[in-house]
Design a protein around this ligand. Structure first.
Ligand SMILES: *Cc1c(COP(=O)(O)O)cnc(C)c1O
Length: 398
């Protein structure tokens, strides 16, 4: 391991603060280091490994597809891409799907589609996109501009023109911000990287009404919240609204890199041949893995989604008890389904490191928020084990 870590320090761009662990194997909700150490995984590849590690159905679909066809380009039709688009459309608000390779790319596609739509319907002065402070939409130039966080934009100026920010969960701020130049409002249903911030139930209803009144498109970035993470296939279902455009990535491929941008027909029709493209987007291998993932989520009357909602409740109940016990450290518990944040009175990085030593992978976001995004296939026993480890560490801290 020591040699690998030295080589990582020497050869890789220094873009991540990595933990000194080399993970080489995974099964279900567990991963294993090259030293054989077992970890219970409550990070799940940052909300990617929806079905856990190496889910047999996903693995077999990849194996079979790898023997059949890996890549052909979008000059030709791809059966698994069509199948995946059909599944997504049949199970969402959307009529059409564009495939790409990541969350940032899906958001790039959404931004481009919204601008093209507004340009065609209202003229060239309508290009502005309103996003939220504390949001996260990706690391490309357009998506760091969309991301309402200075620390992510700093040093990369000039940013893209045509973006404006408002406070999340504040309908008055959005009302004041929308004007003749506004083409779209782009929001996460729950702010993930921003610290698992859940808006009020009315917020999205009001956002939808406002967008309708002003003829402004609503883009929902469901890159993190989508694919069952919140106990519904898509998080917008919790708020009783539908977006005009939605982006997906993280959980979509059950571990392989794939992104998607979905839209209603009247919006999607602004993209015509030549408008947008991606060489790898929707390639046979990743689409087959995503089909296997989505079919598994939906099978048995979406049993996995019901379990996600139930286990999310179980996890939060246990966390509330922990909050009573450690009221000096835990100040807030937020989240829906198995996307849960625990806000602390202190930096959570030392706690994350102590958890790793004890065999639990957990994530820290927004400095002081512990984030739980485990696979949806965890069990109550896994939750008990994870919270015993956490409680033990908090006890030593208090
Ligand atoms: C992770 C994330 C992204 C970026 O996805 P990448 O695949 O890393 O480009 C965008 N939006 C949200 C809400 C995310 O959580």
């Amino acid at each position: 391991m020591k040699r690998l870590l030295d080589e990582a320090a020497k050869y890789l761009m220094n873009t991540y603060n990595r933990y000194p662990v080399v993970l080489v194997k995974g099964r279900g909700a567990r991963v294993y280091g090259d030293d054989g150490k077992e970890y219970l995984d409550f990070v799940g590849g940052i909300a990617v490994n929806i079905l856990g590690h190496c889910h047999p159905r996903v693995v077999v679909s990849i194996q079979k597809q790898a023997q059949r066809l890996l890549h052909v380009s979008n000059l030709y039709h791809i059966d698994s891409q069509i199948k995946l688009a059909k599944l997504l459309v049949e199970n969402s608000f959307a009529d059409r799907v564009f495939f790409c390779n990541s969350g940032a790319e899906a958001n790039e596609a959404a931004i481009k589609l919204a601008r093209k739509y507004a340009n065609e319907h209202y003229g060239e002065n309508r290009y502005e996109i309103i996003t939220a402070y504390n949001s996260f939409h990706g690391r490309t130039m357009a998506t760091i501009t969309a991301t309402g966080q200075e620390k992510i934009q700093k040093g990369f100026e000039p940013l893209l023109p045509g973006f404006k920010y408002v406070s999340f969960n504040d309908i008055d701020a959005l009302h004041s911000a929308i004007d003749d130049r506004t083409c779209a409002v782009m929001l996460e249903p729950i702010q993930g990287e921003g610290g698992v911030k859940v808006p009020s139930q009315e917020y999205f209803k009001n956002v939808r009404t406002l967008c309708n009144e002003k003829g402004v498109l609503l883009i929902l970035d469901e890159v993190q919240t989508g694919m069952g993470r919140t106990g519904r296939l898509f998080a917008y279902e919790h708020f009783g609204i539908e977006p005009d455009i939605m982006t997906l990535a993280k959980g979509l491929g059950g571990g392989v890199p794939i992104g998607a941008m979905l839209a209603k027909e009247h919006v999607a029709s602004s993209f015509t041949p030549g408008s947008h493209a991606s060489t790898f987007g929707g390639n046979p291998l990743v689409c087959q893995a995503a089909v296997a993932t989505l079919e598994t989520i939906l099978e048995d009357d979406a049993f996995i989604l019901k379990e996600c909602a139930r286990l999310g409740g179980y996890l939060k109940d246990k966390l509330y008890k922990l909050k009573e016990e450690f009221s000096g450290i835990i100040v807030d518990i937020r989240g829906i389904g198995l996307m849960v944040g625990v806000e602390l009175t202190r930096e959570c990085q030392p706690i994350v490191k102590a958890c790793i030593e004890k065999g639990l992978l957990i994530n820290c976001t927004a400095g002081t928020t512990l984030r739980f995004t485990p696979p949806l296939i965890i069990t109550e026993e896994d939750i008990d084990t994870a919270l015993d480890i956490l409680a033990d560490i908090l006890w030593r801290l208090s």
